[in-house]
Design a protein around this ligand. Sequence first.
Ligand code: PDD
Length: 280
Amino acid sequence: RTVYVNGDYLPETEARVSIFDRGFLMADGVYEVTSVLGGKLIDFPGHLARLQRSLDELSMKNPLSADDWLEVHRQLVARNDVDEGMVYLQVTRGNPGDRDFAFPPEDTPPTVVLFTQSKSGLADNPVARTGIKVISVPDIRWGRRDIKTVQLLYPSLAKMAAKKAHVDDAWFVEDGFVTEGTSNNVYIVKGGKIVTRNLSNDILHGITRAAVVRFAREAQMEVEERAFTIAEAQAADEAFFTSASAFVLPVVEVDGQAVGAGKPGPVATRLREIYLDEMR
Ligand code: PDD
């Protein structure tokens, strides 16, 4: 694979980052994941806008212009011949040359790393026809989940708890209400109405969420943005989740309890179709 590191396109085996990099030592960095379908970037402007916001919230300068970000993404997709898959980008506060809790001087260059992952079956995903099962786990992440940081240890632990319970993913619960999935935003449907948690510092402002909520409203579906409980999800007609890498996928079981008929529902199925139609 050809990857991008600080201005250079290199074979992945030749890419180097300092052991003092604050991304490595402190998880002091942010990232974005943009899907690729048919060689085309999906909702790229949305991901760039959120990257800017994450950088602003952490007082980091954006190292590249919007045009340059797009060029690097396109180059990597072309050089690696990615038809279906994703582009991962990460910006960290760079290498201060030592370990120190305080930020390095402003002029310390950030570390910019991008790579691609090819993955077939993103659009024609068999999971869209079966759905996934989830368990709930306490949300003990930090209080700024709206910033897309590389601090992903707890979501990884939650994913492992799900695997151990022989299900596919975990939903985080805080103060009795579902916040989001390990790496996705979550929704329930009851009586035709779609319910998804309102935006705040408690969840990542999903780029796919923004598009799906807009498409749902354009299709005259009602969307209510508020928190819901696990019990409410278990009593719902259907449930689903969204993310840049999965688009829209159904959730058919929550904590061992079937949701609705225990199979993908019409709202999730329709929203997946609309999303893929509009974004491709
Ligand atoms: N995850 N919530 C969390 C905690 C996430 O990590 C993600 C994305 C989302 C969905 O956001 P979006 O629709 O912008 O992808 C919500 C990415 C895909 C990942 O970590 O791989």
